[in-house]
Structure formats: C-alpha cells, structure tokens
Design a protein around this ligand. Structure first.
Ligand code: ADP
Ligand code: ADP
Length: 228
C-alpha cells in the first residue's frame, strides 16, 4: 500500500504540486491522469524518490520514505520500481544485463542475480531475447524489459511513468494486460501516471485527475470516466 499525504513541491514561487493526497491499497492499480503541465512528471520523480518534496509524506508499508537519508534512503528506493517513458534502457547492455542492473547496483550475489533475471525474463515472456540489445527489440519488447527491470528488486509499488506513451494501440493494450497479470501474480501495487484516458480505462481500478498541481477529482474509474 502507498499513501501520499499533503505532498507539495515548490520550485521558486511556483507550486508544481499542491497538497496531493492519494492512497492506493495493496495490489490495486491506480492511475493519475492529467494534461501536459499538470505536474505528472514531478509527481513521478517525487514518488520514486529522485526528488524531495517541499512538504508532505509518502508512506509505503507504514514508513515515510521522504524522511530518510543516506543508506536508509537507498534501501527504501527498492520499495518503488519505476518503468519510464520509452523504457530508458542502457543501449550498450543486453536485455538480461539491463534487468540485472538494479540487482548489481544493490550488490546481490551473482547466483541470485542469475536466478532473478531468468525468472523475470520468463515472466515478461522474453527469455528468448535475453542477449539482444535494445536496438534489436521492438518498442513493446523494450517496455517489457523495462517492466522486468522495474520489478527486479521486488518493490511493493511499481510506478509507470507514461510507460505506454508512443506505443501503438495494440502494443499499449498488451503492456497494460501484462501489468494486470503481474499485479495478480505478484500482488504488487501499481501506480500508472499518464496523459491518456484510454490507458486509464484499459487498466486502472481507481483514478485521480491531476490539474495544475492539484487532484481535482478521484474515484473508481467507471465514475470518473463517465463524468469526463
Ligand atoms: P507534466 O509532466 O504533467 O507535463 P511537469 O511535472 O513536467 O508536468 O510540470 C508541471 C509544471 O511545473 C509545469 O508548468 C512546469 O513548467 C513546472 N515545473 C516543473 N519543474 C519545474 C522546476 N524545476 N522549476 C519551475 N517550474 C517547474
Ligand atoms: P555479464 O557478462 O555482465 O555477466 P550477461 O549477459 O552474461 O552479462 O548476464 C547479465 C545477467 O543476466 C547475469 O546475471 C546473467 O546470469 C543473466 N542472464 C544472461 N543471459 C540470461 C538468460 N538467457 N537467461 C537468464 N538470465 C540470463
């Protein structure tokens, strides 16, 4: 479960995020949808702890991650896996090496890395592409590898930051189906940040609408979509 409360981010005199409250229950899929400039990328970078909020809290499994420093912060980052727009894979590394990267970074033993990479590639159905470089993969395959990498450290929350932007509708649908499947199998909580209402309809249980740094509406997808 992730619970965001009173999250504010000021840049100079601008309030990019202005008192965000958002709670996602375990193994649920929530979406944050909003137009360009609403604050989505800032929210994503704050949730995955790349940026510090000006105030507010992000509580995962009962612990406020925004209050941590140093080694504790590094460890806490494992709780949140991120899938970025356009996958963001390192192009000089193979698919398997990309998935292994966070595991290496956190110093897991080689045998454990090997086991997890195998298991993750199998889960996203790309074992047969383990030794391919990103340039040899399709956009959808790259995104599946990015999902595997995002799950490598067994996070309790998977954050998808515009992960399907730029993919065609069929590929988008298959990525959303994979995320739902992973939620069911791993009981991971998923937070999808997107500018596309179709993505929200395709995957989310609940949705929050972000506009100019504020959540202006939230609730079950069927209700919010009907009013939009
Ligand atoms: P989105 O991802 O929804 O397009 P962003 O999070 O990129 O929105 O930005 C939200 C608003 O905050 C935009 O108006 C942007 O110009 C502004 N903004 C983002 N980061 C900064 C910053 N570091 N300094 C000043 N303004 C910023
Ligand atoms: P390196 O030369 O850095 O070990 P590899 O490509 O051999 O790079 O492997 C990166 C990681 O991915 C290693 O942990 C390896 O065990 C794992 N790995 C490589 N190929 C496969 C594969 N086909 N199936 C499962 N895991 C693999």
């Amino acid at each position: 479960m992730i619970e965001i409360a009173g999250l504010t981010k000021s840049c100079g005199s601008t309030r990019v995020l202005d008192g965000i409250d958002l709670r996602v229950e375990s193994a649920r899929i929530a979406a944050v949808v909003g137009p360009s400039g609403a604050g989505k990328s800032t929210l994503a970078r704050t949730i995955n702890l790349l940026e510090r909020p000006t105030s507010g809290s992000i509580v995962v499994n009962g612990r406020d991650l925004t209050a941590l420093q140093g080694r504790e912060l590094r460890t806490a980052r494992r709780e949140i896996g991120t899938v970025f727009q356009q996958a963001n894979l390192l192009r000089r590394l193979t698919a398997a090496q990309n998935v292994a990267l966070p595991l290496r970074h956190h110093g897991l033993p080689e045998a454990e890395i090997r086991r997890r990479v195998y298991e993750l590639l199998e889960r996203v159905d790309l074992l047969n592409r383990a030794s391919h470089y990103p340039s040899q993969l399709s956009g959808g395959q790259r995104q599946r590898i990015a999902i595997a990498r995002g799950l490598a450290l067994r996070p309790s929350v998977l954050l998808s930051d515009e992960a399907t932007a730029g993919l065609d509708p069929d590929t988008t649908a298959s990525i959303l189906a994979l995320l739902r499947e992973l939620r069911d199998e791993l009981q991971v909580t998923i937070l999808v940040i997107t500018h596309e209402m179709d993505v929200v309809r395709g995957i989310a249980d609940v949705v929050a609408r972000l506009d100019r740094g504020r959540i202006v509406e939230q609730g079950p997808v069927a209700e919010v979509v009907r009013r939009s």
